[in-house]
Design a protein around this ligand. Structure first.
Ligand code: SF4
Ligand code: SF4
Length: 376
């Protein structure tokens, strides 16, 4: 197992971190604890010692499960990461209540890596308004938190604002070979490097999308090396960057655990030639996008309730990765009926502000038609 030193913190966790949001499940949706335990034990035995969970994972069951299951390991033998759910925080008192509940659930006196979860503009303002940071700094002083950071989902400017607000111990961003221009992206990576703030990476395989690509694209990887999985290319791309200290993977099956262990045991950074293959694949995936929506949301709100960037994201990702089942779920289950593309009343308001000058009405009409076909 490869271990990377967080120079700033003097610790060296495993480069592969176990993300605890996608454990195998029983038919009723609860964690299949026996199977999940096997996955964790296998990873830990192979040297994985960074375990990442969060308050809401598995409907609040991930933390208590880990509390029970990790008890057999000496506490100092692993690094535990968990996160403060800002969406559940309404008062300063809630921060304290939830933090102590997390310690109880995890059956521990301290958390090694504590993150403020999923920060964006609004949640950052809430963090400031509710005095979250002074409380967490106090917990750090008391030894209940070893290292304080945040996880992030918004644009680069917001990232910069939060990152430079204080001297964070580390931070966690979504980063992979496709998401280089969105969220923190390449610029965010470079800024962390410049400021010496170590990075933990989430969604290195883009929620699994980069692990199953359309055949005409995946062949570029398999022609180069038939033995390497598509996921391993994505993991190696991000882990080849020196300021990336931990790469999280939410593992659900033993096959995934073993594939990831293969990638991170005797880890080899991408060669120049391999980087070119990844760049070529990324370009081919991007070429399949339906339109150039950047998700900036300047067009929002739509007076008729259409989630314009949400529809375009689903439509574009469907075209890029060709995943019908996932797309159907995103469009027909996750998205409210009233927000779907077919609800557009063609008033045209959105088109007057779109910086990409997209033909939003026309595109929504096509998206509605094409995505609608998936339900037939
Ligand atoms: S054209 Fe359609 S999507 Fe755009 S603002 Fe009007 S109703 Fe909403
Ligand atoms: S303004 Fe244009 S680019 Fe921005 S989210 Fe709306 S449609 Fe997409």
């Amino acid at each position: 197992m490869e271990y990377r030193k967080f120079e700033k913190l003097g610790v060296s966790p495993s480069l592969l971190g176990f993300g605890c949001m996608r454990f195998p499940q029983n038919t009723d949706g609860t964690i299949n604890e026996k199977e999940a335990q096997k996955l964790l034990d296998t990873a830990i035995k192979a040297g994985v010692n960074y375990i990442d969970t969060a308050y809401p994972y598995h409907n609040g069951e991930s933390e208590p499960f880990l509390g029970r299951t990790l008890k057999k390991y000496p506490r100092e033998s692993f690094y535990l990461a968990t996160k403060l759910p800002m969406w559940d925080i309404k008062t300063s008192e809630d921060v304290k209540k939830i933090f102590y509940k997390q310690l109880e659930r995890l059956q521990t006196d301290y958390v090694d890596f504590y993150l403020i979860h999923c920060l964006d503009k609004e949640k950052w303002q809430q963090v400031l308004d509710l005095g979250v940071i002074p409380f967490l700094e106090d917990m750090k002083q008391q030894g209940k938190i070893r290292f304080l950071g945040f996880s992030f989902h918004d644009d680069f400017d917001t990232f910069k604002k939060i990152l430079t607000y204080r001297d964070w111990d580390f931070c966690q961003i979504q980063y992979n070979y496709i998401d280089t221009e969105i969220q923190a992206g390449d610029r965010g990576y470079e800024l962390t490097e410049e400021l010496g703030i170590p990075l933990v990476i989430m969604e290195p395989v883009k929620g699994g999308a980069l692990a199953s690509l359309p055949q005409e694209i995946s062949v570029r990887f398999t022609d180069f090396d038939p033995l390497c999985s598509l996921a391993s290319w994505a993991l190696r791309w991000v882990a080849s960057k020196p300021n990336v200290k931990v790469v999280l993977s939410g593992m659900s099956t033993m096959e995934q655990v073993k594939d990831n262990l293969d990638t991170f045991t005797d880890f080899t950074p991408l060669s120049l030639q391999e980087k070119e293959v990844v760049a070529d694949v990324a370009a081919a995936i991007r070429q399949r996008t339906k339109n150039g929506c950047t998700g900036c949301a300047y067009c929002m709100p739509c007076p008729f309730g259409v989630d314009i960037p949400g529809n375009f994201r689903i439509w574009n990702e469907w075209s890029m990765y060709g995943n019908d089942a996932k797309t159907k779920h995103a469009y027909f289950t996750d998205m409210k009926e009233s927000a779907r593309a077919d609800q557009c009343k063609k008033c045209g308001k959105c088109e007057t502000v779109c910086p990409q000058a997209l033909s939003i009405r026309e595109n929504l009409e096509t998206a509605a038609k094409e995505l609608g076909e998936l339900d037939k």
